[in-house]
Design a protein around this ligand. Structure first.
Ligand code: 5GP
Length: 212
């Protein structure tokens, strides 16, 4: 690990159409010491999506092999496709001292919660259910059936908000990103995160931890 210590594992989820992707993209543009985990998926690429940037696209067979060899930190079936977070990438980035964002669905977030002690769990909410519906329609990439499916699941998914540490309403992207930045700053100041370095370190390192 470098002098900065282990990075933060940040899990961002919320219903389809809440705008997690937009928030994450904007957050990534404004912040350097953070990486977005690239997931594996069995779904077909959408126009403009790039292998290794948006997802690692793979067959169901390859995905199943990876499940068997325990390569995923979590995986889930979402809208008839499989999605999973490659474990080794995430671990490497955290060890290097960088923060990692997992932009994943709610089932996946709950599995991360079961499997690891770390993690800051953030739930992104739409300003209203009507707005959520409109955003999914505006995306234009869904069939009427998949639109209904996503909208119905959104109602169910919102019930899981109590499992999360923070909720951010995505009314204006700029404000939502500022809230995300505030959450992460606060998490980095938590005494239980920096306690060991305060107790074990010499003064210079204490200063680095507290004022980095
Ligand atoms: P999309 O097909 O629109 O890119 O993503 C569909 C859903 O899958 C989104 O809610 C997205 O957050 C979620 N998702 C993307 N990657 C992962 C992953 O690695 N694990 C889980 N559990 N969900 C994911």
């Amino acid at each position: 690990m470098n002098g900065k210590g282990r990075g933060l594992l940040i899990i961002i989820s919320g219903p389809s159409g809440a705008g997690k992707g937009t928030i994450c993209k904007s957050f990534m543009e404004r912040n350097e010491n953070v990486a977005l985990s690239v997931s594996a998926t069995t779904r077909t690429p959408r126009t403009g999506e790039v292998e290794g940037v948006n997802y690692y696209f793979m067959s169901k067979e390859k995905f199943t092999e990876k499940i068997v060899s325990n390569d995923f930190l979590e995986y889930a079936e979402v809208y008839d496709n499989y999605y999973g977070t490659p474990k080794s990438n995430v671990e490497e980035i955290l060890e290097s001292g960088k923060d990692v964002i997992l932009e994943i669905d709610i089932q996946g977030a709950l599995k991360v919660k079961e499997n690891t002690e770390e993690g800051v769990f953030i739930f992104v909410l739409p300003p209203s259910m009507e707005e959520l519906k409109q955003r999914i329609i505006n995306r234009g990439s869904e069939t009427p059936e998949s639109l209904m499916k996503r909208f119905k699941s959104a109602y169910k998914e919102i019930n899981y908000i109590s499992k999360y540490n923070y909720a951010v309403v995505n009314d204006k992207v700029e404000i939502a990103v500022q809230k995300l930045e505030a959450i992460i700053s606060a998490e980095k100041c938590r005494v239980d995160r920096i306690k060991e370095s305060i107790l074990d370190s010499k003064e210079g390192i204490i200063h680095e931890q507290l004022y980095d």
